[in-house]
Design a protein around this ligand. Structure first.
Ligand code: ADP
Ligand code: MG
Length: 470
């Protein structure tokens, strides 16, 4: 009897292992295709619970995760799991028991509280995450690409609620939004030790809001928020893209409550307010009411300076040629840049040697921009723009000047400059032998349109996303 049970346990154990393996493989496939917040907030907290015939059941951490993944990533989940399993699967999502709870906090609770998962700490109700101690102003390298955002953040940290409200920071992924936002948090806490600083991702905010509604504690949830002095909300594009008005409404409500009592609000997003898919236009205009600052890609010198600072923090001295090489290979994402540096640092501390340049090349090959980011060609851009705007490629390249055609041409040229390394002259050449001043004109024209016209902003960000996702 007991023998039998042992076998059974072993068998289950084995299956659990297998499921975990399959899930890991699927995760690897999904990672490049979803936003970082979705990945770390939802997918990496989910588990493959069962595969039976052609049915797979994935346990997800919350109702929100379930809805979000079903709406946005159903096909991706199905594809990735089918590939990982080697057969076509239908995927079901289910909210796991104890979903929506954070890992047990490291505090000493009375022993009965430990066994009682229903106990909630104040920290839990906010879903607030502690600030990362490394994300300070001291550790932030200021350069052309971030000077304005940095200055605005400093102002806000010095006079929360009085300088600019809200401060809206946007950029592509890995360029320092979270770092800058948390730097504000650190500085405020230092200067005003009693201030309540809350850093929360929009996704977590929505999760907690939804559980508060479900548990009938929404009033308490709101009341807690009234005591916040500085509200740092990260990755707000998640609120914006959510279907259904509840989360946006609740966000708007919290925003207004804090705003009207002169509390500081700082928001980070992967797109400017104009390009967010919001249901509520009043929310959009409120987001723009303070100051909107973007972070751009750092140039080579800045990337080297960032690497120097990080290497110094790691206590590892690397020759400048190595830092230069890493900075040359990785152009667009500071997080990836750091990853490559860490790999080289690991090599140094494991072998006790400074690697040669060609060894460094090998070490960081996986991180280099060419490998990690899909290269976009002018041809692909032309094709995508034509598909989307229903015009013909040869007309875009040709001399015709219909309204729709000119618009398509300008958008394509803009994307050509944003997404490829081609020179203005080469872009002009490709788009029917136009000269470089025409290219520049189109580029600035679209830049202005993005700021002034929501349709163009949305179109451009949609095309960008489609072109750069592999
Ligand atoms: P985002 O939120 O825009 O995706 P993060 O704030 O997470 O980007 O930044 C990614 C990494 O790059 C972090 O480790 C951060 O410390 C680092 N980083 C970004 N900008 C700078 C900078 N100007 N100076 C130093 N480190 C930076
Ligand atoms: Mg971030």
């Amino acid at each position: 009897m007991s023998r039998q049970r042992d076998t059974k346990v072993a068998e289950n154990h084995h299956r659990a292992d297998e499921l975990a393996d399959v899930w890991r493989t699927a995760l690897d496939r999904m990672r490049p295709a979803v936003g970082q917040a979705t990945f770390s907030g939802l997918l990496s907290r989910s588990r493959l619970l069962l595969v039976e015939g052609d049915r797979a059941v994935v346990g997800v951490p919350s109702e929100f995760a379930k809805r979000w993944l079903e709406q946005k990533h159903a096909a991706l989940l199905c594809e990735s799991l089918s590939e990982a399993c080697g057969r076509l699967l239908e995927v079901e999502l289910t909210v796991m028991d104890g979903g929506d709870r954070r890992p047990e906090p490291i505090v000493d609770l009375p022993s009965e509280a430990r066994t009682e998962p229903a106990v909630k700490l104040p920290y839990d109700e906010f879903g607030a995450t502690p600030l990362n101690p490394r994300y300070t102003f001291e550790n932030f390298v200021v350069a052309e690409c971030n000077r304005f955002a940095h200055a605005a953040a400093m102002q806000v940290a010095k006079a929360p609620g009085r300088a600019y409200n809200p401060l809206f920071i946007h950029s592509r992924v890995g360029l320092g939004k979270t770092h800058l936002m948390q730097a504000i948090g650190h500085m405020v806490k230092k200067r005003y030790p009693h201030a309540e600083v809350v850093y929360v991702s929009a996704e977590t905010f929505v999760n907690h809001m939804i559980s508060a509604i479900r548990d009938g504690t929404i009033n308490a949830f709101r009341a807690r928020y009234r005591r916040v002095d500085v509200w740092l909300v990260d990755d707000i594009q998640f609120i914006a893209a959510l279907q259904g008005p509840t989360s946006e409404e609740e966000f708007f409500h919290t925003f207004n409550t804090l705003y009207e009592t002169n509390k500081q609000i700082v928001i980070a997003s992967d797109a400017p307010p104009r390009a967010l898919r919001l249901l509520n236009d009043r929310l959009r205009s409120r987001l723009e009411m303070g100051i909107v600052a973007d972070l751009r890609t750092p140039d080579l010198e800045t990337r080297i300076a960032i690497l120097e600072k990080k290497a110094e923090a790691e206590g590892i001295e690397l020759p400048r040629e190595i830092l230069e090489l890493i900075a040359k290979r990785i152009e667009t994402n500071i997080r990836v840049l750091e990853g490559a540096l860490m790999k080289v640092c690991a090599y140094v501390s494991l072998t006790g040697e400074i690697p040669t340049l060609s060894r460094v090349e090998e070490l960081i090959a996986d991180y280099s921009t060419a490998a990690s980011e899909k290269r976009v060609t002018l041809e692909e851009i032309l094709q995508a723009v034509c598909d989307r705007l229903a015009v013909e490629p040869e007309d875009v390249k040709g001399p015709k000047r219909g309204r729709q055609l000119v618009y398509a041409r300008q958008i394509a040229i803009y994307l050509g400059r944003e997404l490829t390394d081609n020179s203005l002259a080469a872009i002009g050449q490709f788009f029917g032998g136009r000269d470089h001043s025409t290219v520049l004109h189109s580029y600035t024209k679209v830049q202005k349109m993005i700021e002034g016209d929501r349709r163009t902003a949305a179109l451009v960000s949609e095309l960008k996303a489609a072109l750069t996702q592999s």
